[in-house]
Write a protein that binds this ligand. Sequence first.
Ligand SMILES: [Zn+2]
Length: 120
Amino acid sequence: MHEASIALSLIDVASEVLRENGGARASALTVRVGAWSSVVPEALTAAFPACAQGTPLEGAHLNVVTVPGVGECPTHGPVTLDVRRGLRCPACGAPTPTLVQGDELELDEIELAEPQLEES
Ligand SMILES: [Zn+2]
C-alpha cells in the first residue's frame, strides 16, 4: 500500500504539470528512485496503472530509474554504497553516515502524448 500512495502523489504532481501545459495527456513518466529510499520499483510500477485510472496519466508508461546510494568516506571521498552492507565505505568499512545521493524519489520527466486531432 506504501507504493500505491507514492504512485498517487507522483500522479498528483504530474497532473499539475499537465494542467499547466494546457491539459495535455502523458504517454510516459520517468521517476528517479534512490536505492536507499524505501520504495520498491517493481511495486511502484505495479501499483501505477490502477492509480492512474481516471487521471491524465491513464495509460501512460511508468519508467523507474534507480539511483545508487553514494556516501562520503573520510578516506575515500564519495563511494557507492551497497544496500546490503549498510552505511559503510565498501573499501575500508568506515561509517559513512551522510547519504550524498540515493534516497530521492522525484519526478524526472513527463513525456507528453500527441494531441488527438479533432475529427472534422
Ligand atoms: Zn573508505
